[in-house]
Structure formats: C-alpha cells, structure tokens
Design a binder for this molecule. Structure first.
Ligand code: DGJ
Length: 726
C-alpha cells in the first residue's frame, strides 16, 4: 500500500492491495482522473485521456481559442462543479452571498497521511493510508478537501469530501456529495438492491442508459426501498470475471447514488447526502464533513467485488471486539409469543433449549410501559412489572442461572402517541405545528436533532441497560420519518433536518452502543430496512428481514451478500407454516439457510419434543463447524436464486484449507436431471476430503468437474458439503 505523487507529471498513484487509482493535476489546476483498476506500474498515463476539442463546448472560464483539452465538460473528474461549462451532475452546489452558484475548485496543495483522520460525528472505515487533496476557489474563498484512503488487505478506496468556507460570509450548500468517480468509455450494467418490508435487497441488473441512473432515499433512513449500494459492471462481467466496481455509502439517512453516462459512453458515479430537501448553512470559517463512500474494485467479477467489501467491513468498519468473534446463538421470543408473554413463559422458553447450544434468550418487543400491542408505550423505557411479574430481573436471573445470556429489545428512536413521555413532551416527536402527523405502525419518530430529546433517549435506555444484567440489545427502527421538521431549528435551518437526524442517531449510538462496550448490539429496522455500513459500524450484525421463510431468504441473503458479509446478517430458524408466507419447509432446510449468517432461533420452544431438541442440538453442532467460515471466510456465490430454481453459497477459509457448500433447490421435479455444482475458491493443488461423500478430490477437479448434488425428493430441499484439506 502506498500513495505517491510524481512531481514532474503531477500524477498521484494510490496503490491498494492489488489496485492502482491514478489522477493528475492538469495545466488548468483541475484534478483529472486517469485510472482505477488492477495494479499497474507508475507509468505516465496521459495518453489515456479521451479529451475533446472546443467545438460547441464552453471554454474554460476566460480562455478562448485554447487548443486541446479545453473544456471541463470533457475531462474525467475527481469532482465536478456547476456554472463553468461542466454540465454533468455537480458534486457540490454552493450558493454564495451574492446569489451566484459558480465555483471552480483548483489544486492548492496536498498531504499524504499515515494515520487516517476520523470524520467527526459519523462512522467511517479505520486505518489505511490517506491522501488529502486541497482544492480551492480563490474568488470565493471556498475549499474542498478530497480524502482518499487505500488499504493493503482489501481493494477498496474510501472517499469523502470536506467543504470549507474561508470567506467572511455564509455559504448555503445546496448539494454536498461525498465523491465523483469517472469510469472510461465502455458498455456498463448497473446493479442495485431494491425491496420493501419482508423482501429486502432484491437484485436488479439493468443496462446503464445515457443520462442519469440513480438510487436514493428521501425517508430519513437508508431504507428497504433501495440500499445505499450500486455496482457498475462491464456488460460481460459475471460472478467470476470482468470489471466490477461497487459503491456503498457509510450513511443511514436520505442519500443518493448516481451514475451518469455521457454521449461518448464514459460514466461518472457520484453521491452522498441526498440533496433533495437539503441545504446546509456554512458559516464563515466553518467546514462541512460529508459521509464516507466506499468504492471497491475487482477484476474477478461481482463475486470478487463482494469479497473486497466483506474484507473491508470485517477488518475496518465493524467493532473490532466483535467483528471476528463467534456471535450469540439466540432464541428470540418474538414469533413465539409476539406481545403475549409472561415471566413463566419466557423462563419456559429458556428451559426448553437447555443443552442445545442456544446461549442467549432475547426478549423482544412488549416488556416496557403500557405495551399490549404495537399501539402504545414506545418511549416509556420502564419495565412493565404487571406483565413481567418479579420484574425484568426475574427473567434475567432465570436465564443467567441456566448459563445463558440475556438480550432485550428497544426502539430508542420512537415514541407512541399513547405513552407517558408523549403526554409529558409531545414536542419530542417530529412534527410540524398546526399539522397532523402521519402515523406508521401507530407511532411517531423522536426528534433526534434536539439535544434534549437525545439526552432523554440515552438516559432512559442506559438506565435499563446499566441497572440490569443485560448482555445483548436488539435496536429496532420500525418506521420512516414523514414531517422532516424540528421545533428546535430556526426556519432557515429546516432543510438540514435529515442530515441532523443522522448526526443525532450517531450521537445516541456513541452514547448507548459504544457507551456499553460489553453489551452486544444487534441492528434491526422493521426487518432489514436500515441495513447500511453506518449501522454496521455500531451493530456487528443486523436482522436481515422479517421474512424468515427459507425460500424467500435465499434471495434476501443473496442480495444482501453483494455488499455485506455473511456475519452481518442475522438469520433465524422459525416455525412452520411460516408466519410470513405460510410455507412449510423442513427443519433441515430452515437450519441450512439460517446458518449462512449469524444464526439463531425464533419459535416457541416450549412445544419442542425431545426429538426437536436433539435436532436443534445437532444443527448447532454443525453450525459450530462452519462458524469460523461464516465469520472470516471468502464467499463464493455459485448459483443465483434470482435466475433459477437453485441457490448455492460456498464459503472458503482464507488459507483454503476448509470450505463449506450449501446447495438449495426450490421446486422438486419428477425424474429430475442430475444437478452439477462447480466449486470456486479452493486451492487447485490441494486435496480435499468431503465427509458427506467419503471421497478425497483435488481442488482442480472440484472447480472444473464439480459435484453432482442429489437433492432429497420434494420442494425446498438443501444439501450441504464440507471440504477439509487432507
Ligand atoms: C420488527 C422486527 O423486525 C421484529 O423482529 C420484531 O422485533 C418487531 N419489530 C417487534 O415490534
């Protein structure tokens, strides 16, 4: 890993694990992109410029009749700006005191740092060598610091921009994206992850058309509708080969990611905080920090791109204490009881799993305030002792006496209209004076832009977490924001609301999550509706979806794995008929699919027979054998359930001595043909013992000939195989 500046050619070479990112400062002081891809020599790369002549293009300001590269509109940018002949999506849109919105950001200086500076108040990747490129508009005393970080253990580049007002007057920033990134002329496809409740992160691949293609959220949450992730891949790129670029924002509020294809076929990807309903007042002498974007590159197709992101998140984003540590194997009472539970019932659920390997009981929604259903009580973080006779400690002590850990559900950002806290402080809920609020799941959102509200949330949640022996917290977020207004902000600052909500969220996460370092926190959002890298920074795993049906989960987990590691996804074995889709799948299938993540159980264990208990025990023993692969292994997606009836994930240890393969077939057929699954990621020269087949075979054979998978008869069947180096 190195960052080098060639003074003669004014070229920066940023070298990661096996990639080079290069740009140079051109004659006009503009940072011009040259290359991002597999590692190359530090050659002079200006011959790669496509350029353009002056014909019918705006000149550079004040420079008529300049030969050669003479218009911003044709240069490959590191940042774009409006009003100087560049008509592409602007990275930044400042409005100055005079009302003009023009800026020209030219090279001023740079620094190369061994220590990556942290963004204040927002999550980001840690470590890595960092280049800070200082760009400046002398006319307006307006600056942009572009941060680039490279790593020696993963092929990602982290990018963000800090905007600086060095003038004497306020600047209204109407757009403040985190990056712009240029790709050379080619035919590209865009891959995005759309969805909704119980169908999060469904994969969509479309040709990248001319003009702007985008994904965004205007919900104050990264949302289930479109994940803050896109991949731009070559037309012929597949899972195993071809150029694949992944873009992910470490951000949890309204965002946008855009890919703009120009007439010549070149593409600029940009994005950050959604500029819809956004304006930030940057006072004299102030700076504005944008969230970090992660850009991954692989020449080994979409699978390679995902593995780079997985390594980046496991090594540089997720809390180090937990990132590679075995996760709790839990029993959650939600689908077992919903809101109807008692101290006895919860104790019985714990008793019923004794000796199975389940090590944590999580008490879900309904233990606090007045909360018999989802219409009341949120915000009253006081134990409901009428429901939980003996208080929370009676359950906790019982669970601990069984040698298990105890987890508790919260929804810290929410407030019910029917709650003591709302009756006392209706202004704690987001709302606009004189207008009725929108309900969603009968609840409102706490105004986290207001420090007093944040203090209330932190103090009331921490009081429970600290006054009881709580080992685990599930942090839910069940609705999106609607009114986007704070009573605590003056009129001219209201368009800062969405971003201030994100900052408020990170503040309470710092004080609750990081403030209780020995408690394990799981993220959740009405299923997996806020599954983004910023949440992953605080929460080592996130509930992937309320849809726990194994068949539907193959697609949800496949889509999620494009950007996020398996260990980040909470996956539970639930009851059949499945509560969401009414489907019946075998216990084995449910287990095998739920084992492709941070696994757990969510069903009424008090009805377990001895056989059921033995089956859970056997399942967990099997999970333990593959747990290290789930936590640290490389994922290979062998079969895509969006394209066929089949799904297959292989996970291979970094040293290629071990692997696990899970194969799934959706519908059974009479007289089925033999189904061959070809392995990936093994060492071709190593010999592997496959206990399920009692054979020893070379990696080369498994990765070329493959295995014939004989699924059991029937629908929704799985087969698993282990590979151990001989
Ligand atoms: C939505 C979550 O996704 C569920 O797992 C459960 O915690 C409910 N909320 C509780 O209200």
């Amino acid at each position: 890993m190195a960052i080098c500046f060639d003074k003669e050619t004014k070229t920066f070479y940023l070298e990661g694990k096996s990639t080079t990112y290069a740009f140079f400062i051109n004659n006009f002081g503009y940072a011009e992109h040259l290359y991002y891809g597999s590692k190359i020599h530090r050659d002079y790369l200006l011959f790669t410029r496509s350029g353009s002549t002056q014909t019918f293009q705006a000149t550079l300001p004040g420079l008529d009749r300049q030969p050669g590269f003479n218009t911003y509109n044709a240069m490959s940018p590191e940042i774009t700006f409006f009003g100087t002949g560049d008509y592409r999506e602007a990275t930044v849109h400042p409005k100055f005191e005079t009302g003009d919105r023009l800026t020209q950001l030219h090279y001023h200086s740079h620094e190369i740092l061994d220590e990556k500076p942290r963004i204040s108040c927002m999550p980001s990747l840690d470590g890595g060598k960092t280049l800070v490129l200082h760009l400046y508009d002398e006319v307006k005393s307006f600056g942009a610091d572009l941060y680039y970080t490279v790593y020696d253990d993963c092929d990602v580049i982290a990018r963000r921009i800090v905007y600086i007002n060095n003038s004497d007057s306020e600047i209204a920033i109407e757009r403040a994206y985190s990056f712009a990134f240029a790709l050379p002329t080619a035919d590209y496809d865009m891959i995005s992850l759309f969805g909704g409740w119980a169908c999060e992160r469904q994969l969509e691949r479309t040709p990248l058309h001319h003009g702007v293609s985008s994904v965004d959220s205007k919900r104050g949450s990264s949302s289930a509708s479109l994940n803050p992730f896109v991949a731009i891949v070559g037309k012929d790129t597949n899972e195993t080969s071809g150029n694949a670029y992944g873009f992910n924002l470490i951000y949890s509020s309204s965002y946008v990611l855009k890919a703009e294809r120009a007439v010549g076929g070149e593409v600029i990807v940009s994005g950050g905080i959604n500029d819809f309903d956004f304006e930030w007042k940057l006072g004299a002498g102030e700076t504005f920090e944008t969230p970090e974007a992660v850009i991954a590159y692989s020449a080994d197709g979409i699978g390679g791109m995902s593995r780079e992101l997985h390594d980046a998140y496991r090594n540089h984003l997720i809390n180090k204490k937990y990132a590679h540590a075995p996760r709790p194997i839990l029993i959650n009472n939600w689908e077992a009881t919903y809101f109807k539970f008692t101290t006895e019932k919860l104790s019985a659920i714990a008793d019923a799993v004794e000796g199975t390997g389940i090590d944590t009981l999580v008490l879900d929604d309904g233990w606090f305030g007045k909360r018999e259903d989802d219409s009341s009580g949120l915000g009253d973080w006081v134990v409901n002792e009428q429901k939980l006779v003996g208080g929370l400690d009676a359950v906790i002590n019982h669970v601990h006496s069984k040698g298990m850990k105890f987890g508790l559900w919260f929804e810290p950002e929410m407030i019910s209209e029917d709650s003591d806290i709302f009756r006392a402080h209706p202004e704690y809920a987001i709302g606009v004076p004189d207008r009725k609020r929108c309900y969603s799941r009968h609840q409102f959102v706490m105004d986290l832009t207001n420090p007093e509200v944040r203090d209330y949330v932190v103090n009331s949640v921490n009081a429970i977490v600290r006054n009881h022996e709580i080992d685990y917290v599930k942090w839910d977020f069940n609705r999106n924001i609607t009114e986007f207004f704070s009573l605590g902000l003056d009129a001219e600052y209201q368009s800062e609301f969405s971003h201030r909500y994100a900052l408020g969220l990170y503040d309470i996460c710092e004080r609750i999550v990081n403030g209780n370092p020995d408690v394990f926190f799981e993220g959740c959002s009405g299923g997996g509706a806020r599954f983004d890298p910023a949440i992953l920074y605080y929460f080592p795993q996130i509930w992937a979806s309320d849809d726990s049906d194994a068949e539907e989960r193959t697609r949800i987990q496949y889509g999620t794995s494009l950007a996020y590691p398996l260990s980040a996804m909470s996956c539970h074995v639930s009851a059949v008929p499945n509560h969401q889709v009414n489907r019946i799948t075998s216990f084995e299938t449910r287990g095998n699919i739920a084992h492709l993540g941070a696994t757990g159980y969510e069903l009424d264990t008090t009805v377990f027979t001895d056989n059921d208990r033995a089956a859970v025990k056997a399942q967990i023993e099997n999970y333990k054998k593959m747990e290290r692969l789930v936590l640290d292994g490389d994922l290979y997606r062998l079969e895509n359930p969006f394209e066929s009836d089949y799904f297959a994930f292989a996970i291979v240890s970094k040293d290629k001595s071990q692997a696990h393969l899970t194969c799934y077939r959706s519908l059974g057929h009479c007289n089925p043909h033999a189904h061959r699954v070809v392995m990936q990621g093994l060492d071709k020269n190593k010999e592997y013992y496959i206990p399920e087949l009692k054979i020893i075979v070379h990696g080369s054979t498994l990765m070329n000939v493959g295995l014939t998978v004989n699924f059991p008869k029937g629908d929704f069947q799985t087969k698993v195989y282990h590979f151990e180096e001989k």
